[in-house]
Write a protein that binds this ligand. Sequence first.
Ligand code: NAD
Length: 430
Amino acid sequence: MKLTVVGTGYVGLVSGVCFADLGNEVICVDIDAAKIEGLKQGVMPIYERDLEEMSIRNHAAGRLSFTTDIAQGVREADVIFIAVGTPSLPGGQADLSQVETVARDIGRYINGYKIVVNNSTVPVGSQKLVKRIIRENMTEEVPFDVVSKPEFLREGSAVFDTMNADRIVIGSDSEKAAEIMTELHKPLSAPIMITSPESAEMIKYASNAFLATKISFINEIANICEQVGANVSEVARGMGMDQRISDKFLSAGLGFGGACFPKDTCALVEIARQAGCEMKTVKSAIEVNKKQRLKPVAYLEEKFESLQGIRVAIWGLAFKPNTDDMREAPSIDIIEALKQLGAEIQVYDPVAMDVAKKILDGVTFTDSPVKCAKDAQAVILVTEWQEFFSLDYLRIKSAMLAPYILYDGRNLLAKHNLVQVGFDYQGVGR
Ligand code: NAD
């Protein structure tokens, strides 16, 4: 099929590349001219496993093209995906301005039957909103359908998730559009669920809020474990063996971050409020998460009379491993809090350093875990990059200064071994 994806970020670019790899003709459109120019040259704007190779290969094969020309994108496609950002407004609700702009552009340039797919995470009612905007901006009367297709890929494994989706949810009020969308997604061999647009929109928020709540739940259990002498890793394993619970999203740590959970939980609270309901569980999950991020700071405050001039190493800046995305990363809050207390911060991340340099100031950037730990009295492991698992910890300790605090914010390391080496080791809930 002929597809256009508008917005070449984590979702749009990965979807575009994957659809091209499945044999479709895909045009990726973005307003960011530098991004589009880079993509034409094979330079990826984000880090995602396999993305570069697949993008370059499909581009060379003529199945994948990049442009800033939305008119071309709209005119040449049978199906147009909207995959632009929907960030939080100050009140927590989703900012739909980017989606609205694209809908206006689609209206302006539409020249025959098309399916417009809301792939961005949008509040309930957005399918109708996009439909109305397209119709209001049309210059010629043509039929079209708008469907909602929530995106479930995870950063860090986005290509794999797209190619091996658990399910495809298509919210459609048109049988024809549902059939074409089913056809398009058939090669993925994932179960396809057709729902109303409203249900599809709600499935996305409910799924993300549920997972976020699960994380906050286990983090609260971890905090109790610390007080009563239980080990949250054992508790989570024991809980996770119950198939009704499952072991996914049951790792205690410094909480969730990224471009989705923080904003989607806030948006759901707001959707609920506007519907005259109160989403108490999710509100609590958000509150727990904010506090959880600062646990290592509270720990260091207990250990030192003052953090003024204390050198602290931050290992891992991305909000999770295998991505360079730092949006809503816990590392940012931790670093800001430590800076306010007068600590000197050294940072390291295997992949996110370029992104971090644009966001963080007043910190020392280093290019290895050892250099990051140099002369630090404390290391805080914030992102569970595999690299941190297999380090020479004797070397790390000799680079550091006493009291050799190692705060393992993701319970990645074996406490016993580190204590033997001479670290003052602290995990979360164990
Ligand atoms: P992103 O910020 O990485 O990418 C959005 C892109 O849209 C940017 O490149 C931007 O330049 C472009 N853009 C903005 N306005 C435009 C316009 N008028 N025309 C063309 N391009 C335009 O965002 P993302 O992380 O890919 O998220 C996109 C949507 O998907 C959001 O609603 C998000 O909640 C949802 N989502 C994201 C993820 C994720 O893991 N990142 C997962 C599932 C769903």
